[in-house]
Design a protein around this ligand. Structure first.
Ligand SMILES: [Cu+2]
Length: 328
């Protein structure tokens, strides 16, 4: 008995759809989702992966089927039938991609909008709200606002991901200034004036990164947060997000910025608010200590061994050597 070909096509179509839908959700290509914004991006990625899997299977399936079905049989010297032009087919294979692209376009627009990426003026709104914040925060934002008047128009054209439409006009829980330079990231917490080489953020709190660069264009990227933003010299960009899972994730530079670009990485440590406070206090204490040392001791008044003792350990010098230096 011969199975009608339209039933075969129907079954193949159902199988293909099911396989594509399954693979779109189970590709395991993305790292874990570490921010509240990440599932939005993942939804878009999974949909594109579903479509791509379907297209791949159709194209490869038809190719393999044709190679077997229409192969040259032994003893058959004839040419295949000359086929050219098929208007309905051409309309179909133009219309289907057009519809797919339209859907993906509208969907990605919607994702970017819900993440807060589409409304640059929203960032201007939050700038105005700074004036209602604590004195420390005002003091912290003052230098940027006064050091160059040419900076002001740039702030109205904020680039990056700002407040989501629901959070419009609300201040983030934490502001952090991020500076990209060849070849490192620096994180400054304006409220406490702590500067660190690693980014510490409390879980579940909304963070706003004010990103800039000292030399060339860099790009701040945390794959687990699904966020990436250029750091541009002379211009501020921003990323606003809420980390949702405690853990340590890589921070990478995603813009070729020079010979050691590949080594321009650090990490973001998402911790509980209590751990974050403990870390912040230890940083403040360390700053205080450095400051006291700098004020109390003038190296010119120190003996050689006094001056060298703090470095002796890391230089591999023992106390005997130091004592000899002192006596000479
Ligand atoms: Cu870089």
């Amino acid at each position: 008995m011969k199975i009608p070909s339209n039933i075969t096509t129907l079954i193949a179509g159902i199988v293909l759809t099911l396989v594509s839908l399954w693979y779109g959700q189970n590709h395991n290509l993305l790292p874990e989702a570490g921010s509240e914004e990440a599932p939005l991006v993942d939804g878009l990625f999974n949909m594109m992966m579903t479509i791509a899997t379907g297209l791949f299977l159709i194209v490869q399936g038809v190719l393999i089927y044709s190679i077997i079905k229409f192969r040259k049989r032994p003893g058959d010297p004839t040419d295949g039938p000359p086929i050219h032009g098929n208007v309905p087919l051409e309309i179909l294979w133009t219309a289907i991609p057009a519809v797919i692209i339209l859907i993906v376009g509208v969907y990605s627009f919607e994702v970017y909008n819900s993440m807060g990426g589409l409304d640059p003026m929203a960032a201007h709104g939050t700038m105005a709200h700074h004036s209602k914040m604590s004195g420390a925060a005002i003091a912290a934002t003052l230098p940027e606002e006064t050091d160059s008047p040419t900076n002001t128009p740039n702030k109205q054209l904020a680039l990056g991901v700002g407040a989501s439409p629901e959070e419009q006009g609300q201040n983030p829980d934490l502001n952090i200034n991020v500076t990209g330079l060849q070849f490192a990231w620096l994180f400054n917490y304006p409220d406490t004036n702590v500067t660190a080489g690693e980014l510490h953020v409390p879980v579940g709190r909304e963070v706003k990164l004010n990103i800039s660069a000292n030399d060339v264009i860099h790009s701040f990227w945390v794959p687990e947060f699904r966020l990436k933003q250029d750091a541009i010299p002379g211009r501020q960009t921003q990323l606003r997000f809420t980390p949702k899972m405690p853990g340590t994730y890589p921070v990478l530079c995603a813009e070729l910025c020079g010979s050691y670009h590949g080594a321009m990485k650090t990490q973001v440590i998402v911790e509980t608010p209590e751990e974050f406070d403990t870390w912040m206090q230890s940083q403040i204490a360390a700053n205080q200590e450095n400051l006291n040392q700098a004020v109390a001791v003038n190296p010119a008044n120190m003996s050689t061994s006094e001056f060298l003792t703090p470095y002796a350990q890391e230089m591999g010098i023992n106390s005997d050597t130091l004592h000899q230096l002192h006596t000479h």
